[in-house]
Design a protein around this ligand. Structure first.
Ligand code: SIN
Length: 513
């Protein structure tokens, strides 16, 4: 792309800041940039902007309760000592002001309290040494995201476009100038002073995930293809307790925090044989233990009978969902691990800046270093909020530069929808078999071969077509290969990257010596 005037035949937009993605991180970035006086364009491929992972978050948002060092210690310990202490400092130092100023004072979110007008009902989740999680029932995400989106809709300098997919970033000489959107089949340019990616997770790469459909790693793939650095892509986190049905849904760690226990098919509690903290051990440990017990005994259930108050009273939304799906929670809820969160992503600094000028990344698609090899529960909303605000502020003040851009080719007839679905099926089969909870070097090597072949086929089609489903497939294959390559390069087990055939000590063992 050359620096010149835009193609005269092409319509374009030129906001100060383009934000891609409408979860908590994208909303926070848009808010902060708008507060700096910037014109912000927020685009989401979802037909309803609340269809983001943030809306599905259950447990809540971790806070420091006046003791940032204790939260920092728990984050680092849960990460098997691999989290970046400087990034964690940024998180814990900014947590209280971000939650207070944005969530409570600006959005008016009423987190659960012990009694009317009393202190907050801080919850406990796995690997937290204290009760410190603010929540609304166990459906905290929707109680944050929906007010956030409605607040943004009242701000005159934010425009929100739904059902709009970003296809490619516009890059010129190491600087990102915006993105091509699918509002034109050949890519409608948005020339932005700064571009902030907040595209969420990668659930579509696995057979079972707690993410909404459409979590195809778009931001990571676009950034990588434009030349940005990525980091820690091998660390894919599985949640231990998703309901074991075809269309799984999450049972928050908060259920175990309130006393729920895990039992195998013989009715035995087994977690204390795996970790001193039993059901409240770090997430990767519980997830592998649950998988082991399913394989050894046939099933694992979450027994909610030990909860102090009844399950319906403590978790009314989860109880209602169980009821809708025909699950009698009094019998114990069948659970199995499920892909949940990517700890790695686009490498960013403390302000969300990527290795490309004027490109930022925030939320799950970004790698801040906070999570290391395993994320502590209820830190993802907090990370999205803190880095979103920091990136939005930092991104202010750059002028958009319209350029002459090449149009994308959309010359061949559209493929039937089942084309992408079949290839996605192949991708998910490989990823679930070889890059899941337990990995082997042989399995990773074979996955890399399969994924490269798949990408070759997909690239042949995306060269001449721009449909959303093909681009999602392209993005998913790019991200899958990044995960497989990073897994192949990491010969030591750590957190979510667990190698069955490695003789090397794990990161936790090395840290303990
Ligand atoms: C949960 O509620 O267990 C999920 C929270 C999280 O992923 O941090």
């Amino acid at each position: 792309m050359s620096e010149a005037t835009p193609n005269p035949q092409q319509d374009y937009r030129s906001p100060d800041v383009l934000v891609v993605g409408s979860g908590i991180a994208g909303c926070a970035a848009a808010l902060a940039a708008a507060q700096e006086g910037e014109e912000v364009l927020l685009v989401t491929k979802a037909s309803k902007p609340e269809d983001a992972s943030s809306d599905w978050a259950q447990g809540g948002i971790a806070t420091t309760r006046g003791d940032p060092d204790s939260l920092k210690g728990d984050i680092i310990e849960a990460s098997a000592n691999t989290a970046d202490p400087e990034a964690v400092d940024i998180l814990v130092e900014n947590a209280a002001p971000a939650v207070r100023e944005v969530l409570i004072d600006t959005l008016g979110i009423e987190f659960d309290t012990l009694e009317a007008d009393a202190d907050y009902d801080f919850a406990r989740e796995a690997a937290h040494s204290k009760d410190r999680i603010l929540h609304v029932d166990a459906s905290t995400g929707q109680h944050i995201l929906r007010p956030f989106l409605s607040h943004l809709s009242t701000l005159e300098n934010i425009e929100l476009l739904e059902s709009t997919t970003a296809l490619e970033l516009i890059r010129h000489e190491g600087r990102v100038h915006g993105a091509l959107l699918d509002t034109d089949p050949c890519g409608q340019p948005v020339f932005a002073g700064a571009t902030i990616l907040a595209t969420g997770g990668i659930g579509d790469l696995f057979e079972r995930s707690t993410n909404p459909a459409g979590s195809s790693g778009d931001g990571i793939a676009m950034a990588f293809l434009a030349g940005a650095n990525v980091a820690d892509m091998q660390y894919v986190q599985f949640h231990p307790t998703a309901v074991d049905i075809d269309d799984p849904f999450l049972l928050s760690e908060a259920v175990r925090g309130e006393g729920g226990v895990l039992r195998n098919a013989a009715g035995e509690r087994f977690m204390s044989a795996y970790h001193d903290d039993a059901e409240l051990a770090p997430r990767d440990v519980v997830a592998r233990a649950v998988q082991d017990e399913i394989e050894a005994t046939g099933a694992v259930t979450l027994d909610v009978s030990p909860l102090e108050e009844s399950f319906e009273e403590t978790f009314p939304t989860l109880a209602a969902t169980c009821h809708e799906r025909g699950i009698d929670f009094r019998e114990g809820i069948p659970v199995a691990p499920c892909e949940h969160f990517l700890c790695g992503g686009i490498a960013v600094d403390g302000h969300g800046r990527t290795s490309l000028e004027r490109l930022y990344a925030v939320g799950e698609c970004a790698h801040t270093g906070v999570h290391g090899a395993n994320r502590l529960a209820s830190t993802s909303l907090l990370e999205g909020l803190v880095w979103g605000l920091r990136a939005g502020r930092d991104a202010a003040g750059c002028e958009p530069t319209p350029l002459e851009t090449q149009q994308l080719r959309n010359s061949d007839p559209a493929l039937p929808e089942r084309f992408a679905a079949e290839k996605f099926y192949r991708l998910q089969t490989v990823m679930s078999a070889e890059l899941g909870l337990r990995r082997t070097s042989v399995g990773i090597a074979s996955a890399r071969g399969d994924l490269r072949r798949l990408k070759g086929e997909v690239d042949a089609y995306t060269r001449t077509r721009t449909s959303r489903s093909l681009y999602e497939l392209r993005n998913a294959t790019v991200v899958a290969i990044l995960i497989a390559n990073a897994a192949a390069d990491t010969t030591q087990s750590a957190g979510c990257h667990y190698l069955e055939d490695s003789d090397e000590p794990t990161a936790a063992e090395v840290g303990a010596n």
